[in-house]
Structures are given as structure tokens and as C-alpha cells.
Design a protein around this ligand. Structure first.
Ligand code: MG
Length: 282
């Protein structure tokens, strides 16, 4: 009996040793049905202690979220020390020299009105004081009704992860523009899968997963930035790979930058409104 048990033990050990060895070589092992029969269910069960997160009730953030705006204060935000330029040539001028934060600048100067954060046309962008790398991000935004505006001028704003990689905010309800620049576009890189924009005057939400690009010590790109975006609960960007920082003009390419940077909200000359902004570091 003991002999048989030892043999079974040895077979199971050999199988897992083989699987592990081949996993390291990136090869798949096909086990015989006889070998598969030797594996107990328990052998593939993991017991790992997980952090507990309490989900938010209603629109409240989950317990481990970093709250960026809850209606009470603009304090988590400040003026950027770097401006989104939209030009790859300008990125190339300042990005290589950018040192790791924190970056302390001047207080945020957008409006706080009825518990909402309102972009002030001409005031410039805002950035978070907190720095983020990989992140799950939630934001609610409202494009005010305006019959005189159209195209890219109708409630344009945007969320720039790391101050560099934009998910477009725009009124895209009955408002024609280029499809890779409409609401939910990874600006000029990925058109959203569908248009699920509500009419102006309605609150809308984005839930975004952003993964930073990874660079080698000497600055070679190891993996691209990626984004998944839900607009009003509908998947509109499915783990897409970015070509580099957002460019208004020209072709994007990667330039090495710090692993954590602020999240930027764009002033594009329109009084877009925001509420309930939070982020979970991943
Ligand atoms: Mg924009």
C-alpha cells in the first residue's frame, strides 16, 4: 500500500515538475489520460489571502479608492507644471528630462459649483497632486447643452493618463466629427467600438483601466500602454494598445518617462462639468 502511495506521489511530482519545466520554456505539455487521472482536484486549488475591498453603495467609490473629487473640494488637484502640447516634437523636448515627482505647483483654479467641478475656459488643464501608474479610474462628466457649438468645439475635454495618454471627452450625440476623435476615442489612435453617448445635459460615466507603458533602463519600449474603457457601462475600448502619447498633429512614438505621473483633466475651452472622480492603484 505504502509502495503504491509512493509511486502515485512520484508520478504527481513528476507531472508537476514537467509542467513547471515546460512552462518555463513556454511550451505546452499534453498529459496522457492515465496521468490526468492521477491528479486530484486539490492539487490545482490555491489558498491565498486577498485584501478586502468594500464595494461602494450606489455611486460611492470602493473602500480602497483614492478619491479625487467628491463634491467638497478641488484640493486633490493643482495646475500642471507641464502642458499637453499635442505635438510629438514638443514631447521630445521635455519628456526625456522629466524627473520623478512629486510635482508641487499652484492651486487648482476651476470652479466648484453645486458640488460639481467645472472647467474654466482658458484657465488651463488641471492635474492630480497624487501620482498614478496602472490604475482603475472612474469619472462622471456632463456636456452642457449649447446650440452654437459643433464638432471638436462642443464640450471638448479629456482625461490624460500620466498627462500623456488621452481618452476623449466630447459631446458625441448628434455631433459630427472624426470618429477617432469622438467621445471615448483614444484620441487619434482608437475609435470607440460603439457610440453610447447621451444627449447634452445628461451625466455620463467612464470606467477606465489604464496600464502604463514599460521601458527598459536605457529607454527601450518593453510593452505599450493599454486601455479598456466603459462608457455608461458599455465596453467601447477593449484592452487596446497605444502607439505613444496623444498627438493632435503628427505620429506618436514612445519616449521613456517616470513610472508614475499625474492624471490630467483637459481645458479645451468648454465648461464641461465633472463629479465623482476616483482611482484605484493597480
Ligand atoms: Mg480632448
Amino acid at each position: 500500500m505504502t509502495d503504491t502511495m509512493e509511486k502515485i506521489g512520484l508520478i504527481i511530482f513528476s507531472i508537476f515538475f514537467l509542467i513547471d519545466l515546460n512552462a518555463q520554456k513556454n511550451e505546452t505539455v499534453t498529459l496522457t489520460s492515465e496521468q490526468l487521472k492521477q491528479i486530484k482536484a486539490k492539487a490545482t486549488e490555491l489558498y491565498q489571502a486577498l485584501d478586502r475591498v468594500t464595494p461602494g453603495e450606489g455611486s460611492a467609490p470602493p473602500s480602497d479608492a483614492f478619491v479625487l473629487f467628491d463634491g467638497s473640494s478641488l484640493d486633490p488637484w493643482q495646475k500642471p507644471f507641464f502642458e499637453y502640447s499635442g505635438s510629438m516634437a514638443e514631447y521630445a523636448e521635455w519628456l526625456p528630462a522629466l524627473k520623478r515627482g512629486p510635482y508641487n505647483t499652484r492651486p487648482a483654479d476651476w470652479q466648484l459649483e453645486k458640488g460639481e467641478m467645472v472647467a474654466v475656459p482658458g484657465a488651463g488643464h488641471l492635474v492630480t497632486k497624487e501620482l498614478f501608474g496602472d490604475v482603475q479610474f472612474h469619472i462622471e462628466w456632463l456636456a452642457p447643452e449649447n446650440t452654437t457649438k459643433k464638432g471638436q468645439d462642443y464640450s471638448n475635454s479629456g482625461i490624460f493618463f500620466m498627462g500623456l495618454y488621452e481618452v476623449q471627452i466630447l459631446n458625441s450625440f448628434d455631433n459630427e466629427t472624426y470618429s477617432n476623435g469622438q467621445a471615448g476615442a483614444i484620441y487619434k489612435q482608437h475609435t470607440p467600438l460603439v457610440n453610447t453617448t447621451k444627449p447634452p445635459g445628461n451625466w455620463q460615466r467612464y470606467d477606465i483601466i489604464f496600464s502604463t507603458p514599460k521601458f527598459s533602463e536605457k529607454g527601450d519600449l518593453l510593452s505599450s500602454a493599454r486601455m479598456t474603457v466603459f462608457h455608461n457601462g458599455v465596453l467601447i475600448q477593449n484592452n487596446v494598445s497605444l502607439l505613444g502619447p496623444t498627438c493632435y498633429i503628427g505620429q506618436a512614438h514612445y519616449i521613456k518617462h517616470p513610472e508614475e505621473l499625474p492624471i490630467l483633466l483637459q481645458d479645451h475651452g468648454n465648461p464641461v462639468r465633472f463629479r465623482n472622480i476616483w482611482a484605484r492603484k493597480l
